[in-house]
Design a protein around this ligand. Structure first.
Ligand code: F6P
Length: 473
């Protein structure tokens, strides 16, 4: 295996500062988990942002750097203005809503492009500095769409992969972006470009034809005399890890406690980052609709909605939070009693074990984003159900819907249809629940995160050897 240089906006670890104590903590996210093994095995480096380290003293900074070096993580620090204009600005105020089909959320003025471009240059420079001939470079996600092209200029012979973790929108949507051609050219610096689904691959090919006049021949594009390959590689989770936690002896007790506190009630569950793509307001309205039209459910439903704080400095997220708060209050005001409330709303982070406890105890899991690249929560729920029970209600606009046929698939824009699906899930016979969950678990376990990583890397490394003459020139 060649040495792997992983490049992502965030490192797989976060620097945490609490009073005078500074620690480097591994993150539990899908990317960090999935790439941990190849990162360790290849002896390569991971290049990315360690979070805000600006307030660390010199000695604290030196200790952090030493810990990062031990993990073979190379930090790229961002100034406050870069965080605000590259990360919160162009990445999360422009590309994020664009790729999720929310054009009305994009600011009218295209002010942050230049900083986005410059930070992408800084990433490319740092990667080039650490590159050794024979390395494989794997760049991740929309924050770094220009990096493959910039690397191709600096390292013409390098083997470069790129994976897009969010949806690639239809070319009608992508075409609205003033910088569409620059971004497409940036991606084409890679040898292999991966997406979660075949639809995203098609959308990307449509954009290439429309803006660069390029034809995709099955999975191959010729760009500047090089072959560029595209493909669908649906990301999975560490299913084994979730299943093991769910099967721990202490877990039974935790689930029993949750059940006891919900005596006589059925549990609906939602777990999301607080993001306007996640469809939380319509999901709440669907629960309200069930209570409104079927009085028998009043007092007998408990909807636990966990939202994890995210991108709190971006105003659209703060406004969305207000909206969710308001709806929760309204539904609880209407259908709560002095004994219980229908919506149990929690705004904070949970660790993996706590999440598994909730997954294990839920009757129905509601994953209803209005648009989502993949959605790993849907997969985590299935992996955490070794009892083969529980019903998954899943949005047709989540990438996961292309794989998880055992779920009840819903249109998240259709509140009535979601209410129907919730009632259907609540009334589903045990045999059907088990058959569906069995199918779902098989899928989630066979296409786990390790499958994802190796299928992408095997494909990338099997591509014809790079032209060494180009590397020498
Ligand atoms: O889904 C895309 C993604 O960038 C994930 O990789 C990440 O876990 C999530 O969004 C949150 O991103 P961040 O907190 O880095 O903005």
């Amino acid at each position: 295996m060649s040495r792997l240089l992983l490049v992502s906006n965030r490192l797989p670890v976060t620097v945490k500062v609490e009073k005078d104590t500074v620690s480097v903590v591994r993150s539990a996210g899908g990317l960090a988990t999935g790439l941990r093994r190849p990162h360790e095995r290849s002896g390569g480096l991971w290049i990315g942002w360690p979070g805000d380290v600006s307030r660390l003293s010199e000695s604290q900074r030196a200790r952090v750097d030493a810990q990062l070096a031990e993990l073979r993580c190379v930090p790229l620090t961002l100034s406050a203005s870069e965080v605000s204009r590259y990360y919160e600005g162009y990445s999360n105020r422009v590309l994020w809503p664009l790729c999720h089909y929310m054009l009305e959320r994009i600011p009218r003025q295209d002010r942050d492009w230049e900083v986005y471009r410059k930070v992408n240059e800084r990433f490319a420079d740092l990667v080039a500095k650490h590159y050794e001939p024979g390395d494989t470079i794997w760049v991740h996600d929309y924050q770094l769409m220009l990096v493959p092209g910039m690397l191709r200029q600096r390292l013409p012979g390098a083997r470069i992969g790129y994976f897009h973790h969010i949806p690639f929108p239809s070319s009608e949507i992508f075409s609205t972006l003033p910088r569409r051609r620059e971004l497409l050219k940036g991606l084409l610096g890679a040898d292999l470009i991966g997406f979660h689904t075949v639809s995203y691959v098609r959308h990307f090919s449509g954009a290439l034809l429309r803006h660069l006049g390029l034809d995709t021949d099955i999975d191959r594009i010729i760009w500047e005399g090089r072959d560029v390959r595209v493909g669908a590689f649906p990301m999975g989770i560490d299913a084994q890890a979730f299943e093991s936690i769910a099967s721990e002896p202490g877990m039974q007790e935790e689930v029993a406690n949750l059940r006891r506190s919900s005596e006589g009630q059925r549990i609906l569950l939602g777990i999301d980052r607080l993001d306007y793509t996640k469809g939380i307001p319509r999901r709440l309205l669907a629960v309200q609709r069930v209570l409104e039209r079927t009085p028998a459910w009043r007092g007998r439903l408990r909807f636990i909605q966990v939202t994890v704080p995210s991108r709190t400095q971006v105003e659209a997220y703060a406004n969305y939070r207000e909206l969710v708060n308001e709806l929760v209050g309204r539904i609880n005001g209407l259908y709560g009693t002095v004994h219980n409330v229908p919506v149990h709303y929690l705004y904070r982070s949970f660790n993996e074990r706590q999440l598994v406890g909730l997954y294990r105890g839920a009757d129905v899991m509601l994953v209803t984003p209005v648009r989502d690249g993949m959605n790993l929560v849907a997969k985590e729920f299935c992996a955490a159900r070794p009892d083969d029970d529980g019903v998954l209600v899943l949005s047709e606009f989540a990438g996961a819907a292309a794989e998880l046929g055992g779920a009840l698939i819903v249109n998240p824009y259709d509140v009535d249809a979601m209410a129907d699906a919730i009632e259907k899930a609540l009334g589903m016979a045990e045999e059907e629940r088990r058959t569906r969950m069995h199918t779902l678990r098989k899928q989630v376990k066979s296409r786990d995160v390790h499958w994802w990583t190796s299928s992408f890397l095997d494909r990338l490394q099997s591509l014809p050897a790079v032209d060494v003459r180009a590397e020498a020139s």
